[in-house]
Design a protein around this ligand. Sequence first.
Ligand code: NDP
Length: 587
Amino acid sequence: MSNAPERPQIGTIDWASKPKRTQEYYDRIKQKFAEERDLRLSYRPEGTKQYTYDLDGSLARYEIDPYGGEVTPRETINDTVECLFIGGGFSALLTSARLREYGVESIRIVERGADVGGTWYWNRYPGAACDVVAYDYLPLLDEMNYVPSRHYAKGPEIFAHCQAIAKKYNLYELAIFQTTVISTVWDEAEKMWNITTDRGDHLKAKFVICANGTLSKPKLSKISGMEKFKGHSFHTSRWDYEYTKSDLSGLADKVVGIIGTGATAVQAISGLGAGAKELYVFQRTPSSIDVRDDWPTNPEWAQKLKPGWQAKRRAQAKAEPELTEEQAAQRAQMSPEEKLRRQENANIEYMMKIHRRIDEIVENKATAEALKPWYMFMCKRPCFDNAYLPTYNRPNVHLVDTHGKGITEINEQGPVFEGNQYQLDVLIYATGFEVQKTGIYNEIRGKNGLEINDKYRDGIRTLLGIHSEGYPNLFIMGGYQASFQFNLTDMLQAQGDHIAACIDYTRRQGYQSIDATSEAEEWWVEEVIKHRGKTNRNQECTPGYYNFEGEFQRRQDGNYNGGFNKYCTNMEDVRAKLEENFAFTRK
Ligand code: NDP
């Protein structure tokens, strides 16, 4: 798959015994998956263009930061630092920690929000939490000597962890908040990046790290008449607590609607159901919802942890073999078709388990049917939540299933679907984000003045998803052509470690710049193409941001899918031959 993270376990694939069900059973379900996908594609042939990403004019308010308060007036800044991060989320924080370990003193974060935290700064909707086990997800736990309070940490704890990292590594000192980088231009004579911001700053930096995150810019579905709505409305990543109040008591007498049922909405809906007078959920495609196995951290367990426990835990997870020797031997005897069939059948079994769970929990049969996802596991971001499904048993919560069509019309009073008017006081857009775009909000011009997205016009070209030839001393984090882990911070840490090591080498050797060679870049583009996956899953999946909404994509424009371990090994190989893979210059 293209955007998809490496998948979490879906249960054991039975490589040994004969299937318990007929193949016809699985084929029928696969056929239904295909029909549901085709239905959605027929409604939205425009693919990613169904969304609006440039929120300006009457839509600009959906992007305004409700958390940072008034923008504090300040003098413009015109100075030089050694390392400049565009964005202050986990990418910047965990890479800065490594740079500090190498003795880099001059580090600046330029951040659009009023604090560090990135995702966890912006996403403060009620119920925000991480779906990845906190002991794995929160980075730098060893360095910070911190054990998360729960198995699955909630948003405020993760945000506080970001702030603690910034404090420990002294990253607030040079940081510039409430500021957006608008251009980053390489000066070949000076061997320096010139950065301008929307606050009139002219900054210089020797090294620039694009740490603007994978899902940073809120997007809205293009819905006819949406600007006419007279009630209150906002995007989930700009939650208006002034209106809803922190305990959502502001919604107690309000009729609320939410558009979208992705991972964000799934976390927010149980709180909204409990807080609002009436809640209407406008669903286009249901998410898959499994059990959330959450508990508070056992203090005795935490006390026994030895220094370095997180690094060990991550290394162990990487080292775990996928199959036992016996399973591997049985698998080796199978034809490629049989292997694929067994994988797909196991996937279908898992999805049918998700369906059964819905039947067990949701009392209204029509609602239960509508909540069933008809696609392979991992076609969309899987969700783990215990409160979401029971919320539909509340009398004040109403599922408006649009069966793949989506809401296409909004008027002064609210959404209209199939002739029914939904009269709302508040409309919440849980419609997601622009995906993995390098230079989001920012124009990046390299050695020959070429904007990086123009360089990518005929296909993305990078080395490891991090370096791009012609853009010396520039490093990209969390972008395409890199591996994509379900535990994203593990991947970001691997990239951060690599970037810090490259910068350290460049400094120690007294070089002014490091730039990927075109040969190294070509090698990596070919690796990405070679590892685009062996199945047609991308086309077979229901549309969503994982598969570019079903659009045709050039083969190199997704993630590297050779596996995280192999990605890390490739990185090590590149670092072992830095002088071969990069062109270095002295002044
Ligand atoms: P998504 O892009 O996943 O979801 C957008 C939702 O809006 C989809 O359900 C989509 O339907 C729906 N939609 C769009 N247009 C319309 C319309 N016109 N009418 C009705 N519905 C519409 O965004 P999210 O913010 O939910 O999640 C983004 C990502 O953020 C996640 O995939 C995950 O990676 C991350 N996240 C992680 C969490 C964690 O725990 N770690 C928690 C929350 C988010 P359709 O499916 O049909 O396209």
